[in-house]
Design a protein around this ligand. Structure first.
Ligand SMILES: Nc1ncnc2c1ncn2[C@@H]1O[C@H](COP(=O)(O)OP(=O)(O)OP(=O)(O)O)[C@@H](O)[C@H]1O
Ligand SMILES: [Mg+2]
Length: 262
């Protein structure tokens, strides 16, 4: 007689994720239609169209001031669009959408407590109480190469160390969608590669990643698809190979060639 194999034991985060999945279905795809954001009398996001599918790692590129950081804030629900539509799995964004997303800011925000406590706090805030938080926090600090700095006040870490902590903190909560705004901008090459590894692991585990970078080498290494933002609009959205080998628009071609487009 056949004996059923014991299922593999789940990790605490997998259990939490499974419980979460029972609560509601996925929040993907994300969709922006004719999205507008105005401030200071300027149209900073100007009729933007974007579709974010589950799966591909999306890299967002574009010149300074194109609206990349604003777009991430809009997608994460931190600012309200002035006009247009934003939908996650066909529904208007709400508290639940935000809970399933995480964001790492261009300038990371650290709580006035230790590196390890910053991770604890993020895990508790996501309702992951009841899990072995200390163990999880230690594990994520180690993965970010920060094990020895666990007890150090987070605000005293170097800029690059804070960025690594911010990425680990965001990933530790097991988001379905992760927004990363230039997560390796001030990192030395080895640290940047370590963060890229973490990002690729998260993608392999099924996290949808939307990453802003000015580093076209990094974009080539990580991107499944590229979105090129120009003056508050999506000028091109294409599979990475296509984008780099045969950019769809003249502006994208100029950007890839390193000729500044303003
Ligand atoms: N609250 C605001 N009020 C007025 N203008 C703003 C506001 N926030 C952003 N901007 C302007 O909107 C434009 C887009 O800003 P954003 O930070 O999204 O650019 P970015 O593409 O992320 O650029 P960078 O590559 O330099 O980070 C910029 O010109 C910026 O000065
Ligand atoms: Mg920015």
């Amino acid at each position: 007689m056949l004996e059923l194999a014991e299922p593999l034991p789940q990790t605490p985060l997998q259990r939490a994720a499974a419980a979460r999945d029972l609560e509601a279905a996925t929040i993907l795809p994300g969709r922006a239609e004719d999205l507008v954001y105005e401030a200071g009398g300027r149209r900073l996001i100007d009729g933007l169209e974007l579709r974010l599918e589950a799966g591909p790692l999306t890299v967002l590129v574009g010149p300074n001031g194109a609206g990349k950081s604003l777009l991430l804030r809009l997608l994460h629900g931190l600012i309200e669009p002035s006009a247009g539509q934003l939908h996650w799995a066909g529904r208007a964004p709400g508290k639940e959408t935000r809970r399933r997303q995480a964001m790492v800011f261009q300038r990371p925000v650290m709580l006035r407590r230790s590196a390890a406590a910053n991770l604890h706090y993020a895990l508790r805030a996501k309702g992951l109480d009841g899990l072995p938080l200390a163990e999880l926090a230690r594990d994520w600090l180690a993965r970010a190469g920060l094990a020895e700095l666990a007890g150090r006040p987070a605000r005293l870490l170097s800029g690059g160390e804070q960025q690594r902590l911010a990425v680990a903190r965001a990933l530790s909560t097991g988001p379905e969608v992760l927004f990363l705004d230039e997560p390796t901008a001030s990192l030395d090459p080895a640290s940047a590669l370590a963060i890229e590894e973490l990002i690729l692991e998260a993608r392999a585990a099924g996290t949808k990643i939307v990453l802003v970078t000015h580093d076209l080498g990094q974009a080539r290494r990580l991107a499944d698809e590229v979105v090129f933002l120009y003056r508050g609009r999506v000028e091109a959205q294409a599979p990475a190979e296509r984008f780099f080998d045969d950019p769809i628009s003249d502006k994208a071609r100029a950007f890839v060639a390193g000729r500044i487009v303003v």
